[in-house]
Design a protein. Structure first.
Length: 294
């Protein structure tokens, strides 16, 4: 007589539960660590790119010494500048990846610094760049502004005196909407007068600080595009020229927009010749702001 057959309990439910748990773990591991990067921006953000921040040239008297460790943009950077901007300004923090070119931008808002040296380097290299200039800096350096224009560089409105719109980077109260627009208007008057023409439609935020209301306010002031950046040199952090060069070259990519500063607190001007030569050696060309559109 055969021994009775022992039937083991069915384990399908437990096995199925294990598979479901494993699937949940895999999904969790593949999900972005910061889901807000794929959703709406926070109340205050930086108009550069995720994970990068910038301390543009500001007078030392402001006491600003640091920036938030991370920043979020207003959404995916536009590779092609939209031509039908009507209600809110479009953030552009990268050019087209279809061409092996980069855009060099320099912010001026504190001291005269290395502005003349930077212009000499650009002229010797045959490069047309972009300068984000505050109205106050322009009033203090009219000859340099006129030289920038005469040598074919683009000028971007960087507000009158570089006050943070949101107060995040400067640790101050947010500016009311009327004051934000006044900052843009005042700079526009100064810069347009020195340039002898309109400098619209490009605007650059102080510190890159922004919030949900800023894009609409920029349009109210007559500007359609907010110029962000892809690569911040971080010269403002006190990096050596060698460190700035290494950082900028390691992040080179088609369409990259570089952010430098003219002020004496940064070694960007010292690093610039080596950066330009290395980019040329790698086959990069240099875009103008007009090449972004519209």
């Amino acid at each position: 007589m055969n021994p009775p057959i022992r039937r083991t309990p069915r384990r399908t439910p437990r096995r199925r539960l294990s598979v479901l748990c494993l699937g949940a773990v895999v999904l969790a591991a593949c999900s972005p660590a910061h889901p807000r990067l794929a959703s709406s921006p926070p109340a205050s953000a930086s108009a550069g790119v995720p994970g990068q921040s910038s301390l543009p040239d500001v007078p030392a008297s402001t006491g600003v010494t640091s920036r938030p460790a991370a920043s979020l943009g207003l959404g995916p950077p536009a590779a092609v500048v939209p031509s039908n901007v009507t209600e809110t300004a479009a953030l552009v923090s990268r050019g087209s990846a279809a061409r092996r070119t980069v855009l060099l931008t320099f912010d001026a808002g504190a001291d005269t610094g290395f502005a003349a040296q930077i212009l000499d380097t650009l002229k010797a290299s045959g490069i047309t760049a972009t300068f984000g200039i505050t109205g106050r800096w322009a009033e203090q350096n009219p000859a340099l502004v006129q030289r920038i224009v005469a040598e074919g560089h683009a000028i971007v409105n960087h507000t009158y005196d570089h006050r943070s719109f949101t107060g995040v980077s400067a640790h101050t109260a947010p500016l009311p909407a009327a004051e934000r627009i006044t900052e843009i208007d005042h700079a526009d008057q100064v810069l347009s007068s020195l340039a002898g023409r309109s400098i619209k439609p490009w605007f650059r935020l102080p510190y890159g600080d922004t919030d949900r209301a800023v894009p609409a306010e920029v349009v109210q002031a007559g500007y359609r595009y907010i110029l962000g950046w892809t690569v911040d040199s971080l010269g403002w952090q006190g990096l050596s020229a060698a460190a700035i060069t290494q950082r900028c070259l390691s992040r080179a990519a088609p369409g990259a927009i570089y952010l430098f500063h003219v002020g004496s607190r940064s070694q960007d001007a010292v690093a610039l010749p080596a950066i330009i030569q290395a980019l040329k050696d790698q086959g990069y060309g240099f875009d103008t702001l007009a090449a972004l559109g519209p």
